[in-house]
Design a protein around this ligand. Structure first.
Ligand SMILES: [Fe+2]
Ligand SMILES: [Fe+2]
Length: 235
């Protein structure tokens, strides 16, 4: 699904931002805002170059990452609902924001696969089930750490070896985002362990790369370089 920002995205190469500074002079527009939920589903949009995956191993890794991100999205939505019932609406808001980020990654991976044929069995690489809110946050941390320390570095190494530029970009975007997710989940878990809700500022999610930030949304995404109107705000 392509969103309303597509025109903005298509004239700015995602790839070029990986090697250039984000401090450009494009006019900044305000990020979309609505309490606890994204204003629109433009996070599904992503900005994609023509899919160009030709090597089977990178394609298999993209399918695996798509599966993992899709499951992470669903786990976080369910854990958000659970945190809401547990009277921790701020932690619920964090789960929903990070779920949105995972959806961006799943979309990017899916699009980069293009029509490369194949099937892949996908393991969740993370816990199943509903524990306490603290348990669920730990489940989130464990899944993110696996992605940051093992999955994405390995997938990136293969994609680089195979010169799959689209996949390299999709994996780099995800890797940068997951690092931020770890910090946010750890902050929330600290509060949950004391039986409290977390005290958190508004959370912004870039709808191009999934980068997630607490606090003021920057004029330009530090990961993909797109302007702030690509951020969805959860507050
Ligand atoms: Fe994540
Ligand atoms: Fe971004």
């Amino acid at each position: 699904m392509k969103g309303v920002n597509q025109a903005v995205k298509t004239d700015v190469s995602r790839r070029s931002f990986l090697t250039t500074s984000a401090g450009a002079t494009l006019a900044a527009a305000a990020g979309a805002t609505v309490a606890g939920m994204p204003l629109s589903n433009t996070a599904m949009a992503g900005s994609h170059t023509e899919p160009s995956i030709v090597r089977d191993m990178t394609a298999a890794n993209l399918r695996g990452a798509f599966g993992g991100e899709s499951m992470a999205y669903m786990r976080y939505v369910l854990w958000a609902n659970h945190a809401e019932k547990d009277e921790k609406p701020e932690i619920a808001r964090l789960f929903r924001a990070i779920a949105e980020s995972e959806k961006v990654h799943a979309d990017n991976h899916f699009e980069e696969m293009g029509d490369h044929p194949g099937e892949e069995l996908v393991a969740s690489m993370a816990v199943f089930g509903l524990g306490s809110t603290s348990d669920n946050l730990q489940g989130g941390i464990d899944g993110e750490v696996f992605e940051v320390e093992e999955m994405y570095p390995a997938f990136l190494a293969v994609a680089k070896k195979q010169n799959e530029e689209g996949a390299i970009e999709a994996f780099e975007y995800a890797l940068a985002s997951e690092k931020a997710h770890i910090d946010l989940f750890e902050k929330a878990k600290e509060a949950a362990d004391k039986g409290e809700d977390v005290d958190m500022d508004k959370i912004g999610v870039c709808d191009v790369c999934g980068y997630t930030i607490e606090g003021e949304i920057p004029d330009y995404c530090p990961v993909c370089g797109h302007s702030r109107n690509h951020f969805i705000s959860f507050e």
